[in-house]
Design a protein around this ligand. Structure first.
Ligand SMILES: Cc1cc2nc3c(=O)[nH]c(=O)nc-3n(C[C@H](O)[C@H](O)[C@H](O)COP(=O)(O)OP(=O)(O)OC[C@H]3O[C@@H](n4cnc5c(N)ncnc54)[C@H](O)[C@@H]3O)c2cc1C
Length: 392
């Protein structure tokens, strides 16, 4: 595997860098999620106007037609320069690729452009109160009535559902079929009668995700993606894109975090000098650096596989697992370094660096759950990457 960028890729990176540096809107507002979403919408519109939204989408669908390496370069640079996230993160990373892979021409025509412009935000309605890891056991029912489907059920942990126009919804259409075969993938209009999103408050105090209640909502037949009964394979395309999209942004984010952590250790006084001189802290920092480097190399391995096969594969699960683990341990180490100051609340005037590590400590607890728990990712790696015997 050759990890050096070709001259044209280096030139692409320079172009990306130059554009982000010239257009970076500064840090996200601290006020509330509403303001943050408005800020991210504006940022995405700017990205789109300059041709940086949907970078690896084909040009005919409004993308840049760039290679997967170029897409990875963009994500890495945006993360390194701490550019804001686009507002329609789920639409860009999952919704668009799913419509491109499984949608009809009419669906591509209808849905792709407003994803790129952030006019229509997307959310992912997979998890239910009793179906998360075992997604195929989900109970939300869709029953055909003329040229519509009548849908009833409940989804949960649905990120940004309160802002979404479209929900990638998996529902059971054949209760008698084996559980993976009776599912169908719908695009549900969140403005339909019978659909209600209620934000849930997270440990950070924010309400990013929601419960979504669906009571006899009528989804037109033309909103089925793929085949009726073929929802499982469309759901898998969604999840593989979710994990694959993470890797290169995660590498840069971890690298930035490690720089800050090193600086925190160097400036924090302890009894015998600074935290950076403490042999145990040094060892924990060094271990994180080593693991960050293996994560980076594994991301290239995953990218190589994706480029060979054309679709993101199970290798993306490794990066997601490593990122969750490293991110949580970075925040834990930061709070250990801060010592007695660590429990001070976010925003407290005494909190170090505005309580950024406190926030990160709380938010990162979700990293090993969202997008597939670490246990499940380990099962995927064992069975589908290493070829070990199946659990059941
Ligand atoms: C911040 C955040 C955002 C989210 N956003 C969305 C979203 O937008 N859309 C959406 O659909 N979902 C979303 N989720 C839900 C997420 O996908 C699920 O929480 C996750 O898949 C786990 O499902 P569960 O919560 O039902 O836990 P369960 O599946 O009940 O798991 C409970 C525990 O058992 C373990 N476990 C379960 N099965 C196995 C097994 N076979 N082998 C070993 N261990 C196992 C799990 O690892 C976990 O520790 C989000 C979650 C979070 C935290």
């Amino acid at each position: 595997m050759d990890l050096t960028l070709s001259p044209s890729e280096q030139q692409f990176r320079e172009e990306v860098r130059g554009w982000i540096e010239a257009n970076h809107p500064g840090p996200e507002p601290e006020a509330g999620l509403e303001e943050v979403m408005a800020f991210r919408r504006e940022w995405q519109q700017k990205m789109h106007a300059a041709g940086w939204a949907g970078i690896s989408w084909p040009k005919e669908y409004g993308g840049r037609g760039a290679t997967m390496i170029e897409q990875a370069i963009f994500v890495g640079e945006a993360s390194r320069l701490e550019a804001p996230s686009p507002a329609n993160v789920l639409g860009l990373a999952m919704g668009g690729p799913v419509v491109i892979a499984h949608g009809t021409d009419a669906q591509k025509q209808r849905y792709l452009e407003p994803i790129l412009t952030a006019e229509e935000i997307w959310c992912q309605g997979f998890s239910e109160p009793e179906s998360g890891s075992d997604l195929a056991s989900l109970k939300t029912r869709a029953v055909k009535d003329g040229d519509e489907w009548v849908v009833t059920g409940q989804k949960v942990w649905t990120t940004f559902a309160q802002y979404a126009k479209w929900c990638m919804l998996v529902a059971r259409t054949d209760p008698d079929a084996p559980k993976h075969k009776g599912l169908t993938y719908f695009l549900m209009d969140m403005e339909l009668e019978g659909v209600e999103a209620k934000p849930l408050v997270q440990i950070t105090g924010e309400g990013e995700f929601n419960e979504v209640f669906i009571e006899e909502a009528r989804i037109p037949d033309e909103n089925v993606i793929g085949e009726v009964g073929g929802g499982w394979s469309v759901a898998i395309t969604t999840l593989m894109n979710e994990r694959a999209g993470l890797a290169f942004g995660a590498i840069a984010q971890v690298a930035n975090g490690l720089k800050r952590l090193g600086a925190l250790a160097a400036e924090t006084r302890t009894n015998g000098g600074t935290a950076a001189e403490d042999p145990v802290i040094r060892q924990r920092l060094a271990q994180l650096y080593i693991e960050a480097e293996t994560m980076r190399l594994n991301a290239y391995r995953g990218l190589t596989k994706t480029m060979q096969s054309g679709i993101p594969g199970p290798e993306g699960s490794l990066g997601k697992w490593q990122w969750a683990d490293i991110n949580q341990r970075m925040a834990e180490l930061a709070l250990d370094i801060e010592g007695a100051y660590a429990p001070l609340a976010r925003g407290d005037e005494h909190a170090i660096a505005g309580g950024a590590w406190q926030y990160s400590f709380l938010r990162s607890r979700a990293n090993s759950i969202e997008g597939g728990t670490t246990d499940i990712l380990k099962n995927i790696i064992a069975e589908r990457v290493l070829g070990l015997p199946k659990m059941r």
